[in-house]
Design a protein around this ligand. Sequence first.
Ligand SMILES: [Zn+2]
Length: 226
Amino acid sequence: MNPQEYHFKLPKKEFDKTIKIPEVWYPGVKKYWERCTTRRIFNPILGIKGIVIHATAGHSSAGAVSVMRDRKGSFHWLIPDEDEPEHGQIIWATVPETLAAWHVRNSVKHPDVNQGKNKTNHWSLGIELVNSQINDPFSDWQVKMAADIVKYCWSKYPNIEDVVSHAKLDPSRRSDPGVDFPWKTFKEMVLDGGMDDLVAFEKITENRLSNPDVESHEVIDGDVCC
Ligand SMILES: [Zn+2]
């Protein structure tokens, strides 16, 4: 399957609970936010319309976070590779969902995605999977974690609809998450996989929905905070 065709829509669905994901702040990442994020121009809950799936084209979580340190980009979550100790355990939270991360060029757009609107970073969330994209299969766990993050977002953001590859949005410059990413399996995990294996917690209140300053990430116990 061509990564430029990786795209599906999340049907409108009412959730009683918001899904919890095993996320931990990447140590020290908070100090990079000022240099590689932007305040969202849309409401950080109601204005979220999509999720963009990326792969790092690198070999480590540290290498991916160095992009944030160097002001070259940013993303909301990072899914560790097989040879990292966190693999199979936790995913890294790297930017608060309330902030726009810099994971897609602001000028790009696609007519199939959020009615052809640009400024994708402002209405989307970005997931990075650590993967070299060169003869490097994604692990089943990595794919499941990507699906679980999407389910979490689906349960939390009432207007979210598009799940799309970076390659579809910016085909002249990007091919991620690459030909090795099992998009069909991933899509089935999201749409048909159910929510039973995920820990749910109470749905956020209306009050939180209307507060643009809300810190959206829920952080699990034992977190190493920055
Ligand atoms: Zn990308």
